[in-house]
Every structure is written in C-alpha cells, then in structure tokens.
Design a protein around this ligand. Structure first.
Ligand code: SF4
Length: 114
C-alpha cells in the first residue's frame, strides 16, 4: 500500500510517500525525522488539534483550542461538545473552558471580559 501525504508539522509542507509492505512502514520525501513520525502516525492513529470558538454568556464568542491533539476520528464529537456549552465571563488566555474532551482540555486562546 502506498499513500501520499503533505506533512503539516511545519510550514515547509514536504510531500511524503508512505509505503507499507508486510507490516513494515517506510516514509520518503521528508526533510526531517518529524515528517517520518507524522506520516507513520497518520497511517495508524491520526491526531489533530481542534480550534474553534465557544459562545459566551454575553452572546459573544471566545476562541479556543484543544491543549493536546485528539484522535482525528473524534473531531466531530469534540465540535459538538464545544458547540453545546456557554462560557461564563471573564475569561483569560489559557483558562480551561471544558475539561477532558477525549483526553484534552479545551482552553481559551484569547481574553474576554464582561
Ligand atoms: S518533514 Fe520536517 S521539514 Fe518537512 S514539513 Fe515535515 S516537519 Fe517540516
């Protein structure tokens, strides 16, 4: 099996080719070891950081993100959880808005006052 990927670890965006033969995965096209690790992970357990906004009690929004990556397959459920809450103000950068969403906290990436 062969799969082509664009590495998203850094802005260089190397074009990777991942090949799996008899359970052995090899990667080419990467400029650094991070690309190899990314490609192997994409094949077995793809992970993503989720960025979004949460509704605040004043009707405005606050930008948020997961503080670690979560399984790619859980992104939609994560968004449903993020969209289901209303955050209390004030909020500071780094505040945990929702705890333990698929092993990650949803944290604020901006300040919001009342
Ligand atoms: S392989 Fe390395 S240099 Fe290339 S995009 Fe990925 S992280 Fe950047």
């Amino acid at each position: 099996m062969e799969k082509k990927l664009t590495c998203i670890v850094c802005p260089l965006g190397c074009e990777l080719v991942v090949t799996e033969k008899n359970g052995v995965v090899s990667v080419s096209g990467n400029t650094c070891p991070k690309g190899e690790a990314y490609a192997k992970n994409e094949l077995t357990n793809p992970m993503r950081t989720v960025t979004s906004t949460v509704l605040c009690e004043d009707g405005g929004l606050v930008s948020v993100k997961t503080d670690t990556t979560i399984p790619k397959e859980k992104m939609q459920e994560c968004m449903q959880i993020i969209n289901s809450i209303t955050a209390k103000l004030p909020i500071s950068v780094g505040d945990i808005i929702i705890k333990d969403v698929f092993g990650s906290n949803i944290v604020a990436t901006q300040n919001r006052s009342k």
